[in-house]
Design a protein around this ligand. Sequence first.
Ligand code: B4P
Length: 182
Amino acid sequence: MLLGAPGSGKGTQGERLARRLDVPHISSGDLLRAEVRDGTALGTTARGYLDSGRLVPDDLVFDLVLPAVLAAAEAGGYLLDGFPRSVAQAVRADQLLTRSGAELQRVVFLSADDDLLAGRLLERAAAAGRSDDTAEVIADRLRVFERETRPLVEHYRARGMLREVAADQPVEEVTEAVLRAL
Ligand code: B4P
């Protein structure tokens, strides 16, 4: 599982690593954005959370992500990106995945400082225009990361599952560092 702040390279590395490891890349953010794009009921509810940078309610995220994880685990493995995103999600995911023999094996924390993260997201905003890549929402997403997601670093470290990789390197070098860490 890839753990990191917005802009740390989860999505970028998730795609590259899934190819190298030959497992599906399961990104909670991508799955949520697809629901919004398709105009489903789940997407309609999720949209406001995504646009404001808040975490989408746990039940919606579990309904969407868990079936994909279980199917991938059955077929040989998975690379998770962006899920779990809080200690509550991690505890619940851990119970459900262990019950199905699909538990997480390693967590890679992509670490970088806030200025670098905000800079990358603003660059993406200029290029791609994702609805949550505005200066105000980026600041909120970084705050949500500190409050909700950073505690997962200690959560997984205490379980001996965490590997930390510096995310402030060129994309190719981060990929190689993650593979070495795994
Ligand atoms: P995510 O889709 O996870 O978005 P993100 O945290 O911003 O990271 P992303 O993967 O897109 O960006 P990356 O760092 O790769 O979440 C979006 C929203 O979905 C959340 O705010 C929340 O509302 C909701 N959500 C998702 N999961 C949830 C959950 N489990 N529970 C509740 N809500 C959930 O890349 C950013 C930019 O940096 C890119 O432009 C890239 O090109 C660049 N970059 C990456 N690596 C680089 C490098 N090494 N050098 C230079 N540039 C680099």
